[in-house]
Design a protein around this ligand. Structure first.
Ligand code: UD1
Ligand code: CA
Length: 449
C-alpha cells in the first residue's frame, strides 16, 4: 500500500519566544521537524508533504536540505489541524494510498509505532489514531472508546466533566486512506470552543458513516510535543538519556555518560571509549577500539579504528582520522584526512589537508589554508616530520619522509626526503645580553634615587 506523510508545521510556536520557527529548533543536532521526517521516512513513504505557515520560507529551506524531494504546502491562515491537512491536497494529486499525519513539533514518535498503526489499517480499521495514556491529560483531546471502537475525539475545551476524566488521549498522529481523509475533512465544521477546523472531528464523522476507527496506543514519552524552551530542554535530556543508554548497550564505554552529548546520527563502534564531557555534533562515526578523550568536540568526521582523539580536540567537518592515529590536546582539524598511525599531538590547526600515514605534525603547526578569499590545500607525505611551530602556507606539498625545520614558514614544496628550512639563520652577538642587562640595571638604580 503506497504511503504519504503529511507533517503539520504551520503553527507559530508563540511560547518559544523566538524568531526561528518552532519546528526548526533542534534536538540532538537535528530540527524538530527533521525528527518527525526521519520517523516517517523510516517507512519509505512515496511522498512527504510539509504544511508550512509561520516562517514558511525558512522551514521549506531546511526541509529541502534534509529531504530534497519533500513537497511544501502553504497554509496561509492557521484555521485548525483539519484545515492544515486539507492544504496537502495539491501536493497529493494523483496519489492513492494511506496518509499518516504527523506534527512537526513532536519529534519522538517511533517508526515501529507508525508501523503498528499501518498494521491496524491492514487489519481492517479505516482510521487509526495514535493514543496514549496521559499522566496529566490536561488540554489533550480525549479518545471516546465504546465497545473497543473509537467513536469520537473530544477536545478538552469542548469536553464534559465526565469526558475530562478520560486519560486515553490523542497524540495527533492519524493514519487513514488519503481519499477518505480528504473527503471527511471537507465535511469538518468549526462550530467549537476554538472556532477551528479540528482534524479530530473526522472520527465522529467516520463513525456516523459506519466506518471503523481504532486506537493504537504508544508510550506517553513518544508523544511529547515541544511548545517552549523548557520543553525543548526536557526533550534534549530525554533524547540524550536514550542515546547514552543505546551507546552503552551497543558496546561503548562512557566513563561519565551524563556528560556526553550525542547527535541524532552518531555512530560508535564496539569497544569505543568516550571520556567525560565529549560533544558529538551531527555526522560523526567512530570505529572500533577508538578512544575519544575528555572535553573533545567532534562534528562531521570519522575516527578510525584504535585512534585516540583529545583531550581537548576539535574535529570539524570533513575530518577523517586514520586507524591508530593520534590527535592530541588543543588540536583543531577541518576537511583533513589524517593517515593511519599519523600524529598531531599538540596545539595545531590543520585544515584542507591530507597527512600521510605515520607522519608526525609537530606542536604548534598551522596550515595557512586561507588567503582571505580562497582556501588552499596542504599535502604532507607518508612518514614526513613537520617541525615544531611550522607554518605551512598552502597550497604546499611536503613530500614523503621529508622534514621541516622548527619555526619554518614553508611557502614552497619540500621534495621527498628533503629538509625544508625557512627561517632566519641564528646569529649570536657575544656579550650583548650581559651589556644590555647592565645598562638597564644602571638606569633603574638612577631612577630610584
Ligand atoms: C491537537 C489535537 C489534540 C491532541 C493534541 C496533541 C486537534 C483539534 N487537536 O491539539 O486532540 O491531543 O494535538 O498534542 O487536532 N497546526 C497547523 N495548522 C493549524 C493548526 C495546527 O499546522 O491551523 C499544527 C501545529 O503547528 C502543531 C499541530 O498542528 O504542530 C497541532 O496543533 P496545536 O494547535 O498544537 O493542537 P493542539 O491544540 O495541541
Ligand atoms: Ca500542541
Amino acid at each position: 500500500m503506497p504511503l504519504s506523510l503529511i507533517i503539520l508545521a504551520a503553527g507559530r510556536g508563540t511560547r518559544m519566544a523566538s524568531n526561528l520557527p518552532k519546528v526548526l529548533h533542534e534536538v540532538a543536532g537535528a530540527p524538530l521537524i527533521g525528527h518527525a521526517m526521519m520517523a516517517g521516512g523510516a517507512l519509505s513513504p512515496d511522498r512527504c508533504v510539509v504544511v508550512t505557515g509561520h516562517g514558511a520560507d525558512q522551514v521549506a529551506r531546511r526541509v529541502h536540505e534534509l529531504t530534497p524531494e519533500a513537497r511544501i504546502a502553504q497554509q496561509q491562515e492557521q484555521l485548525g489541524t483539519a484545515h492544515a491537512v486539507a492544504q496537502a491536497g495539491d501536493a497529493l494529486t494523483g496519489f492513492s494510498g494511506d496518509a499518516i499525519v504527523l506534527y512537526g513539533d513532536t519529534p519522538f514518535i517511533r517508526p515501529e509505532t507508525l508501523r503498528r498503526m499501518r498494521e491496524r489499517r491492514s487489519a481492517g480499521a479505516d482510521i487509526v489514531v495514535l493514543g496514549f495514556d496521559a499522566a496529566d491529560p490536561g488540554r489533550y483531546g480525549r479518545l471516546i472508546v465504546e465497545d473497543e471502537r473509537l467513536v469520537r475525539i473530544v477536545e478538552a475545551k469542548d469536553a464534559t466533566p465526565d469526558e475530562l476524566r478520560i486519560t486515553l488521549c490523542n497524540s495527533g498522529v492519524v493514519c487513514a486512506d488519503w481519499h477518505l481523509l480528504e473527503a471527511l475533512i471537507a465535511r469538518v465544521a468549526n462550530d467549537n470552543a476554538n472556532g477551528e477546523y479540528y482534524l479530530t472531528d473526522i472520527v465522529g464523522l467516520a463513525e456516523g458513516d459506519g466506518l471503523r476507527c481504532a486506537v493504537e496506543v504508544c508510550a506517553e514519552e513518544e508523544t511529547m510535543g515541544i511548545n517552549s524552551r523548557a520543553e525543548l530542554a526536557r526533550a534534549e535530556a530525554a533524547y540524550q538519556a536514550g542515546a547514552r543508554a543505546r551507546a552503552m548497550a551497543d558496546g561503548a564505554t562512557l566513563t561519565a555518560p551524563e556528560t556526553v552529548f550525542f547527535a541524532h546520527d552518531t555512530r560508535l563502534g564496539r569497544d569505543v571509549t568516550v571520556e567525560p564531557h565529549v560533544v558529538f555534533g551531527p555526522g560523526v562515526t567512530v570505529s572500533d577500539d577508538a578512544r575519544v578523550r575528555a572535553f573533545s568536540h567532534l562534528e562531521g568526521c570519522h575516527v578510525g579504528t584504535g585512534a585516540v582523539v583529545g583531550p581537548y580536540a576539535r574535529l570539524r567537518p570533513g575530518t577523517r582520522i586514520g586507524a591508530q592515529a593520534r590527535v592530541g590536546n588543543f588540536v583543531e582539524t577541518k576537511n583533513t584526512e589524517l593517515g593511519a598511525g599519523a600524529k598531531i599531538n599538540h596545539l595545531s590547526y590543520v585544515g584542507d589537508a591530507r597527512i600521510g600515514d605515520d607522519a608526525n605534525i609537530g606542536a604548534g603547526t598551522i596550515t595557512c589554508n586561507y588567503d582571505g578569499v580562497f582556501k588552499h590545500r596542504t599535502e604532507v607525505g607518508a612518514g614526513a616530520f613537520i617541525g615544531t611551530n611550522t607554518a605551512l602556507v598552502a597550497p604546499v606539498d611536503v613530500g614523503a619522509g621529508a622534514m621541516t625545520a622548527a619555526g619554518s614558514v614553508i611557502t614552497g614544496d619540500v621534495p621527498d626526503g628533503a629538509l625544508g628550512i625557512a627561517r632566519a639563520p641564528q646569529v649570536n652577538k657575544p656579550g650583548l645580553a650581559r651589556r644590555m642587562r647592565d645598562k638597564l640595571l644602571a638606569l633603574k638604580a638612577k631612577r630610584a634615587k
